[in-house]
Design a protein around this ligand. Structure first.
Ligand code: THG
Length: 369
């Protein structure tokens, strides 16, 4: 595939860490929430092996926050998600699908509860702020909605905890998965959650002050030498193997939460009020006819810039691959695909055209690892 440079502008926002990651050899970017998100450093495969063994610092400022404060903030946040947040606690993070009035997916953020009347919705790549403002205005809610200047640095990998303990102290080891707390280093205070878009373990630092963030970036590399630290970013191979879903790639506003395997986050039996609740009840009763599953393809490469159709031996459509990559662990292409119901049995075979050659693949369950 021919490669083209991407032109920077104010519309395509940089982050407080852009100068640093460019000095550290970022080799490609993607665009996420109208912002630069690094996609590779040394190479996808080199970054992948390193992430699974050591520790990396990621500029994931593109995971923007939508801050909702005020008297009706809890009502507004609940209206946007099909996950029951009525028993939610301050200091916790909640992975929560956002659904519209049709019962279709709008985003899959982590919702952080900072206070009863203060929430940060840590969004994937869609304009949640306008969705929130529309709902607030239609309901005449007393809320303030804004995008604060918060820029996340993720520290990911099996050595992340050891590195973070050196900076923030041993008590950071007690922070539980999907909990957050404030920790101090030097003169700054940092909001730190145990979370991150990899299954290798780690933390996310929600930085509220650019200078504090840039200092932290430099300190992490200084203290990280002994842990073989490297700059990194969400890794396509690792995240597909782990089945961490990507809004806009694996699912979007044409799909409902059952099709995206979000069943455990769709709380239809609770008495909370959210958009699309009745539609989702109907969808659940009728049953879905397609869902996201894994695919393995006997090829050593695939370029993904649009959905790729899968066919059975009679040329019926099996489904569509939405993300895929070569996996050095499986020694073949693995992907996430929307698969039609007759083909949900693991091991069902299909054909796929890659660069005008026909390859054979099989359907499988997620995650791969
Ligand atoms: N961190 C933060 N914000 C984010 C992301 C992130 N916003 C955008 C995007 N990622 C949102 N999507 C996801 C998808 C999966 C997870 C987090 C955010 C995730 N899932 C765990 C899993 O699948 O095992 C845990 C889910 C659970 O059971 O609660 O971590 O990465 N700040």
């Amino acid at each position: 595939m021919k490669k083209f440079p991407i032109v920077k502008s104010r519309r395509l926002r940089s982050t407080p860490y852009t100068d640093r990651i460019e000095a550290h050899g970022v080799s490609s970017y993607t665009v996420y929430n109208h912002m630069l998100l690094p996609a590779s450093f040394k190479s996808l495969e080199s970054d992948y092996h390193h992430l699974k063994e050591f520790v990396q610092v990621w500029d994931v400022a593109a995971e923007r926050q939508v801050e909702i404060t005020g008297k009706d903030s809890a009502k507004l946040v609940q209206l946007m998600t099909c996950r029951d947040l009525s028993k939610s606690k301050i200091g916790r993070c909640y992975y929560s699908p956002l659904v519209d009035q049709e019962g279709l997916l709008v985003n899959d953020p982590i919702i952080n509860k900072l206070a009863e009347d203060r929430w940060w919705i840590s969004i994937a790549d869609s304009d949640v702020i306008f969705f929130a403002k529309g709902i607030a205005s239609g309901n005449k809610f007393e809320v303030e909605i804004k995008e604060p200047n918060v820029n996340i640095l993720a520290v990911q990998g099996p050595l992340a905890e050891n590195l973070m303990a050196k900076l923030f102290g041993e008590e950071i080891r007690d922070l539980k998965f999907f909990n957050f707390k404030y920790f101090n280093y030097k003169e700054h205070k940092y909001f730190i959650a145990r979370s991150g878009w990899s299954k290798q373990g780690g933390f996310e630092v929600y930085v509220e002050d650019d200078i504090a963030g840039q200092d932290l970036y430099d300190y992490l590399f200084e203290f990280g030498k002994e842990f073989n630290i490297r700059p990194g970013c969400p890794n396509l191979i690792e995240r597909i193997e782990s089945a961490l879903l990507s809004y806009g790639n694996d699912f979007d506003n044409r799909d409902n939460p059952f099709e995206a395997n979000f069943d455990k986050f769709v709380n239809l039996d609770s008495d909370v009020n959210f958009l699309g609740k009745e539609k989702l009840k109907k969808i659940q009763q009728d049953g879905i006819t397609r869902k996201l599953m894994g695919v393995k393809i006997d090829s050593n490469k695939i370029d993904m810039y649009c959905e790729k159709t899968l066919f059975d031996d009679k040329n019926n459509i099996v489904g569509y691959v939405r993300s895929a990559t070569y996996s050095p662990t499986f020694k073949k292409v693995i992907g996430i695909a929307m698969i039609n119901k007759p083909y949900w049995n693991s091991k069902d075979q299909f054909k796929i055209d890659i660069d005008e050659r026909i390859f054979v693949g099989t359907v499988c369950d997620l995650p791969f690892i």
